[in-house]
Ligand binder design. Structure first.
Ligand code: E4P
Length: 214
């Protein structure tokens, strides 16, 4: 499973990259505005840290506007993936951008049926938001299971990018299901590393080593 970091913070993107964890980056308008940097500057800084897919989201809502906005974003760098909302106008734009060889990430997906439509439009990635579904008492990971089944049934090549991941259990379950990619905040990626037996085991090894030196 590929791991993307969901972040607009270049310090944490760099740190996660140095740990060898990161295959790509997802951003969204909320994360980009939190960075306090102009959007293009932020994305270009990220391209210098990570040599992998970097999702940059459009803010237009009609196909007539999304298409040129997406073309503009794609020109910034070869690794840009244009992130487009899962609305009818968005899917029209995905079809047009795909025809021009531009990669797309269809975002704000909440059902497997929406994911099927995005695949038909030619999306490179589909981003189902599992955490936000859990927030409204719906099983987010079931949507990932359903999408995996449907994409495999029909041989769609759109990659499932499990998004809005909020916990180590989302990560584990996504890997079990066969999600192609997961994107998670740095806090979740760090949680994955920790186990109390790793920490106590290391402490004991080091203490025993010290004792033997005396
Ligand atoms: C995905 O691409 C989104 O940026 C993100 O995963 C949303 O996560 P949130 O629901 O925690 O805001």
């Amino acid at each position: 499973m590929k791991i993307f970091i969901d972040s607009g913070d270049t310090n944490e993107i760099r740190e996660a990259h140095e740990m060898g964890l990161i295959d790509g980056v997802t951003t969204n308008p909320t994360l980009a505005s939190k960075s306090g940097k102009p959007f293009k500057q932020l994305i270009m800084e990220i391209t210098e840290i990570i040599d992998g897919p970097i999702s940059a989201e459009v803010v237009s809502t009609t196909a007539a506007e999304i298409i040129p906005e997406g073309e503009g974003l794609a020109q910034w760098h070869k690794n840009i993936v244009v992130k487009v909302p899962l609305i009818g106008e968005g899917l029209k734009a995905v079809k047009a951008l795909t025809a021009k060889g531009i990669k797309t990430n269809v975002t704000l997906c909440f059902t497997a049926s929406q994911a099927l439509l995005a695949a038909k439009a030619g999306a490179t990635y589909i981003s189902p938001f599992v955490g936000r579904l859990d927030d409204i008492s719906t099983d987010g990971m079931q949507v990932i299971r359903d999408i995996r089944l449907i994409y495999d049934n029909y041989g769609y090549e759109t990659q499932i990018l499990t998004a809005s991941a909020r916990s180590p259990m989302h990560f584990l379950e996504a890997a079990r299901i066969g999600s192609d990619v997961i994107t998670a905040p740095f806090s979740v990626l760090k949680q994955l590393l920790h186990h109390p037996l790793t920490d106590s085991g290391l402490k004991k090894f080091l203490a025993d080593w010290e004792k033997a030196q005396k």
